[in-house]
Design a protein around this ligand. Sequence first.
Ligand code: PLP
Length: 412
Amino acid sequence: MSPVYLDNNATTRVDPAVVGAMLPFFTEQFGNPSSMHAYGASVAEAVRKARQQLQALIGAGFEDEIIFTSGGTESDSTAILSALEVMPGRKEIVTSAVEHPAVLKLCAHLEKTRGVKVHIIPVDHHGRLDLDAYRTALTPQVAIVSIMWANNETGTIFPVVELADLAREVGALFHTDAVQAVGRLPVELKSTAIDMLSLSAHKLHGPKGIGALYVRRGVRFSSMIKGGHQERDRRAGTENTPGIVGLGMAAELALKFMDETKRIKWLRDRLENGIIQRIPNTSINGDPQERLPNTANIGFEGIEGDAIPIVLSRLGIACSAGSACASGSLEPSHVLIAMNAACGAVRFSLSRDNGEDDVDRVLEVLPAITEKLRAVPSAGLCGRGAEQLHSGPGPSGTIADAHSGAVRSSST
Ligand code: PLP
């Protein structure tokens, strides 16, 4: 049975065309793009091409609005720290309760170490932002708003274009972590008030360790990494040229395959509907309408989040877990807690690599797995302590495995 990969919000397979584009930059195209000679010039030209490929994907007005970074985490940090530095009179940040730790942990750190006030806007049961609380938090003291474009765990999409307009009214900068959105949703930045946007190559079939920060022309900016003059003095350090070329090619392919989104959504809906129809007491977490087309986050009443992914993993099916309570072996998910969701949830996230066979395989095995987990007293039942979960003998190898190993949570 061939393996089934349904964890594309954690990372995606690098497209072979991306690998092909990168390879020469490990061998004959080894020059430093800052060098004056021919070795440098051809590599500098490749970096420029990648910037243009990315500009096309995100609809940026100018190629120099793109700064290459090491990924989504660095881009998020850079955007927030820059805003605080260029607006020293403003000491507040507005963000949401369901941001990635790349934003939330930095905000918590800034609150503790620099006395910055952080407004964390709550979400409702579907993961939608509380707009009244958002409007109330927006004052002339706010330096930056950082609200994600789409949530990594549930796929819920935020109305970032409207949120950016509101931020602009009080003179705050607007940053969006679009790591899960770019390549999966059409993005056209030049017609919006979004000032900064983070993206990461490994979520769109590109390599790991490379990403970008979009900074609108005219927005004051302070670099986080100080040193050489690379990236027009906005991100020091010799460029990761194979990574940049790979990100450029991944962006070009994402644009080319944007229509695939319809097929991916059809597959995702088939998976969700199949699960809901076949398995009782299941529910979908996230906004019923405004959701990434590739993401299904499903709550299985009475089953710990990690039990199902562990059993599926033994059958060659990769997905990830989330939990809204601390009774199992998983760290509780701040996203599910903020949504007041049921205890355990499983995230299936698809990509253009997936087909009907992948979805049908899950639908074939999942009903029996959930039935067994619910029937066995020691199985991964929500609300039990971790000790109980891990001590009882299971009825079969695979269910017993559900008690013995940790599984990747969907916080990626
Ligand atoms: N933001 C979101 C929403 C993510 O899903 C991730 C990765 O999982 C990141 C930021 C971090 O990106 P990177 O892994 O490129 O640092």
